[in-house]
Design a binder for this molecule. Structure first.
Ligand code: ADP
Length: 409
């Protein structure tokens, strides 16, 4: 089965094509036959496009357009022609899987896209204004080019949809609940992939494990996972809640916001900018949102960079503690995404408080760029895994399963 995966963001877009042979889904993720990244973020009105294939062909182009439909037309040309050709014709694509950020309370699992689903994604744009409109644009652009090919929406919120009310509902006014102001959680596709991959690596049944998954990228969130479902998570109504991140503050005393509105004359837009773009590692260090640059600055004795990392670690440890409370114990701690996969010093610091649970990190393994590997000592009571998150593969898998279900009637 040939599955195209599209992750359409507001200023960037990732897509890839998997070919899944036979009639069962492999347990190990496959490499895509073909992938493409589009970036509109560097030059106004210019799409920078990079296409690569499994056979190491690559092509970099720029086209002058803001139109996703035009860019997708170009990508389809690269799929079927020239050095990056992997298909004879587009009708070979069996299904298209889309990452959709917000599924609200309606969508607790992936769904075949029809007009109702499109309307819901559009309606939920009020909850995810930076993401859902771009996701919908991607769906409509594919429709224009591929007609009636089945399209599947895989929601970032779905994995968290079984979080109990006590963990999901904010203790504000009761009408917030009626108006859908509650914890939805994000990064669900990544947390779900990591939970399943962790169980596979350990040769265990996921339902028997209590896991904490630490997705530490530019955005950061934790998920507490029990019986194969997320039962608590640090991101909330928006992806701003919880951990300190690259440029987002994470949780701050809401009284600070009232103070900024009243005493510093902040507008809603200014608050939005400061909390999302000028806080976190970037805000505190004054240097960068990137942990690699923070690390370099610390090595040169920069005290603001050191403070930024100290706060990041403190928050990470505290929220791991909060997730522990929701799980009542811990079998597996997973680190994933840019920082989680590549920063041994952050993993070591995150693990440090949990010696009393019997968690013991193998310091040597932790330093050796482990990927999809257990880095706890043999005697550790908690397994510690570093997992390369593969959200595209998770979306492909969900699309594959959904299409099988349609086939089964
Ligand atoms: P996103 O959340 O946008 O998908 P990633 O998961 O790719 O991003 O994470 C990007 C972040 O990962 C970078 O901003 C940087 O802070 C961090 N990162 C990437 N490589 C390293 C590394 N070798 N050491 C430390 N941090 C890294």
């Amino acid at each position: 089965m040939k599955i195209l995966v599209l992750n359409a963001g507001s200023s960037s877009q990732k897509s890839c094509l998997y070919d899944i042979p036979g009639d069962s889904l492999p347990t190990e993720p496959l490499q895509p036959l073909w992938s493409a990244k589009v970036d509109w973020g560097h030059q106004q009105g210019i799409a920078e496009i990079e296409v690569t294939t499994a056979t190491s062909e690559s092509l970099e182009t720029e086209i002058s357009t803001d139109s996703r439909t035009e860019v997708i037309a170009h990508l389809f040309d690269c799929l079927c022609n020239g050095s990056t050709k992997v298909l004879d014709k587009l009708t070979e694509i069996d299904v298209v899987g889309h990452r959709v950020v917000h599924g609200g309370l309606e969508y607790r699992e992936s769904v075949v896209i029809d007009d109702n689903v499109k309307r819901a994604i559009a309606r939920l744009a009020t909850l995810a204004p930076a993401h859902n409109p771009a996701n919908l644009e991607g769906i409509e652009a594919i429709e224009q080019h591929l007609g009636k090919v089945p399209q599947i929406a895989v929601f970032d919120t779905a994995f968290h949809s079984q979080i109990p009310d006590a963990a999901a509902i904010y203790p504000g006014a009761y009408e917030w609940i009626e108006q859908g102001i509650r914890r939805y959680g994000f990064h669900g596709i990544s947390h779900q992939y990591c939970a399943h991959r962790a169980a596979d690596i350990l040769g265990k049944d996921l339902a028997s494990l209590r896991l904490i998954s630490c997705h530490l990228g530019n955005g950061c969130s934790l998920a507490a996972i029990k019986n194969g479902h997320s039962v608590d998570t640090t991101m909330g109504f928006t992806p701003l809640d919880g951990l300190m991140m690259g440029s987002r503050s994470g949780t701050v005393d809401p009284g600070i916001l009232i103070h900024l509105l009243r005493e510093w004359d902040y507008s809603a837009d200014k608050l939005d900018y400061v909390l999302n773009k000028a806080s976190g590692l970037r805000g505190i260090s004054g240097i960068s949102n990137d942990m690699r640059q923070i690390r370099q600055a610390i090595a040169q004795g920069n005290t603001r960079a050191q403070l930024a990392r100290d706060i990041y670690v403190h928050r990470l440890q505290s929220y791991i503690g909060a997730m522990l409370g929701s799980l009542g114990g811990l079998d597996v701690l997973v680190f994933t995404a840019g920082v989680g996969e590549n920063a041994p010093e952050i993993r070591q610091a995150a693990c440090a408080p949990w010696g009393f649970l019997g968690l013991e990190l193998d310091l040597e393994k932790n330093q050796q760029n482990p990927l999809d590997t257990d880095i706890a000592t043999i005697d550790s009571a908690v397994r510690v895994l570093v997992i390369h998150t593969q959200e595209d593969w998770q979306i492909a898998g969900e699309s594959w399963r959904k299409l099988q279900k349609i086939g089964d009637g």
